[in-house]
Design a protein around this ligand. Structure first.
Ligand code: URA
Length: 208
């Protein structure tokens, strides 16, 4: 199982709060945004820098700035939306694409229903986001959709994963690095991650 667990103490603390059944919609959203921002900090650790001349009030010096790598953030609808703003706080110039997939009840296969991406998707470093990496079906389908449209550099960022989901993404897309705050025990018979945090979409949007 190839996965990077971001175990910063602040993330782990906030993750425990977000798991708690007593955490309401407002706090859930705020925590998800904060965790997403902290995770994005780690994901962007190796972004390339270039040297540039800066004039300070005292002198001119050689400083470092990001070397213009273009980032794209791609939430998987709908729960992925809850992670967008946290990432944009750190990378405000990132473009945002959206992908919608649902699971057909009969075939159990993911079906694409929405895809709107930045035009230059092939040239961007893409961060696909979805709080819950459960079976891995939606993530694999989303990454398939991105690659079919030319994307070449993709990372997947989730809050909580089941081992089954990580393995599924690893098997189908070994080039995609998977970042999570935790890998939980297993999936239950309804496809929920255990212990998990319940239905992330319902908890973000208050639709339970
Ligand atoms: N999606 C969720 O929102 N929660 C899970 O536990 C699994 C899939």
């Amino acid at each position: 199982m190839q996965v990077k667990i971001i175990d910063h103490p602040l993330i782990q603390h906030k993750l425990s709060l977000i798991r708690d059944i007593r955490t309401g919609t407002k706090e859930f959203r705020e925590l998800l945004e904060e965790i997403s921002m902290l995770m994005a900090f780690e994901l962007t650790r190796n972004m390339p820098l270039e040297e540039t001349q800066i004039e300070t009030p005292l002198t001119t010096c050689t400083c470092k700035m990001l070397s213009g790598k273009k980032i794209g953030v791609v939430p998987i609808l709908r729960a992925g939306l809850g992670m967008v703003n946290g990432i944009l706080k750190l990378i405000p110039a990132a473009k945002v694409g959206h992908i919608g997939v649902y699971r057909d009840h009969e075939t159990l296969k993911p079906v694409e229903y929405y895809c709107k991406l930045p035009k230059d998707v092939a040239d961007r470093e893409l961060i696909v986001i979805d709080p819950m990496l459960a079976t891995g079906g939606s993530s694999v389908a989303a990454i398939d959709m991105l690659k079919a449209r030319g994307a070449r550099h993709i990372k997947l960022m989730c809050l909580v994963a089941a081992p089954e989901g990580v393995n599924m993404v690893n098997d189908h897309h070994p080039d995609v690095e998977v970042y999570v705050a935790a890998v939980d025990s297993h999936l239950n018979e309804h496809g929920y991650i255990v212990p998990g945090l319940g239905d992330a979409g319902d908890r973000i949007f208050g639709t339970k």
